[in-house]
Design a protein around this ligand. Structure first.
Ligand SMILES: Nc1ncnc2c1ncn2[C@@H]1O[C@H](COP(=O)(O)OP(=O)(O)OP(=O)(O)O)[C@@H](O)[C@H]1O
Ligand SMILES: [Mg+2]
Length: 269
């Protein structure tokens, strides 16, 4: 069974999608086979992976589970041809061979799921993935910034939840809320998320950011993953080009990609 990892935060805009894409890129670079499931109705991961918009989306699959199997929605990311063009010069481990990223796209259709009766939907993603993801090394689920039905379905299917945080007062509070929500989820359902981690993102060299990082380390202890991720200027441009950061041709991305690889190895590998 692959690790199934939800990337969550009850606060918006902190970098859930960016971390999903960053970890997918690190896994691709390490020669792994990755499946990304885009649970956010805004479908930003789908855009960042350059997915075709014609495939069956995850919202339709989960709304009508009797009509679809997962395979009908799985499509190949545009990243694979970028990685293939650069191989074998630019892969971390030649012995592991070339990795791949596949994904099930998100769409606004999944908002309908947020209005289902509590409990009714919880095992739908679990059921969709059961027996069909064994050939992957890793499944990453990009979650919306709310604790609704979509996030609950994702957590039920996951063996790890990563909470993304910025080094700011409001994000520290948001991370506390997210970790409390995970504990409540485990108390109120038959599911355990297995492990939780906090990834600190968009870090700049300022006294305020240093203070907030120390604060989070004292509050969340060993849950805080290393290294923290810097606020990397070119990241939006790389995402806009639907490129995996590890294969970006400019050398300025190398340090950031190396930090993502270190996070990937510590959290998942
Ligand atoms: N480490 C980083 N360095 C620079 N920019 C970043 C970094 N992480 C994220 N960003 C940028 O911050 C913005 C928000 O990031 P992202 O969309 O990943 O957040 P999100 O948590 O998924 O948001 P939402 O809650 O809307 O789903 C994006 O423009 C992204 O490119
Ligand atoms: Mg997002």
């Amino acid at each position: 069974m692959p690790h199934i990892v939800s990337i969550s935060s009850l606060k918006g805009g902190v970098g859930k999608t960016s971390l999903t894409l960053g970890l997918a890129s690190a896994a691709l670079y390490a020669g792994q086979r990755v499946l990304v499931i885009d649970m956010d109705p805004h479908a930003d991961s789908s855009t960042g992976l350059g997915l075709p918009v014609t495939s069956v989306d995850i919202g339709s699959m989960l709304t009508h589970p009797e009509q679809y199997s997962l395979a009908e929605g799985v499509c190949t990311s545009a990243w694979n041809s970028i990685a293939a063009e650069q191989a074998p010069a630019n892969v971390e481990d030649d012995a592991a061979g070339l990795g791949s990223v596949e994904a099930v796209r998100g769409s606004a259709a999944s908002t309908a799921l947020e209005h289902m009766e509590a409990g009714e939907e919880l095992d739908r993603l679990v059921a969709l993935l059961a027996g069909t993801v064994d050939d992957y090394d890793l499944v990453l689920i990009d979650c919306p910034p709310t604790l609704g039905r979509l996030t609950s379905m994702a957590w039920a299917a996951s063996d790890r939840v990563i909470s993304v945080a910025e080094p700011s007062l409001f994000s520290v509070a948001g991370t506390e809320r997210t970790l409390r929500a995970i504990a409540r989820f485990e108390e109120n359902t038959d599911y355990s998320v297995g492990a939780a981690s906090v990834v600190i993102n968009k870090v700049r060299s300022t006294p305020e950011h240093s203070f907030r990082i120390d604060e989070m380390k004292s509050m969340f202890g060993e849950l805080v993953a290393e290294p923290v991720l810097e606020d990397f200027d070119s990241f939006q441009r790389i995402q806009g080009a639907a490129y995996p950061v590890h294969f970006w041709p400019e050398t300025s991305a190398q340090d950031f990609a190396a930090d993502l690889s270190a996070l990937y190895r510590g959290l998942i590998d």
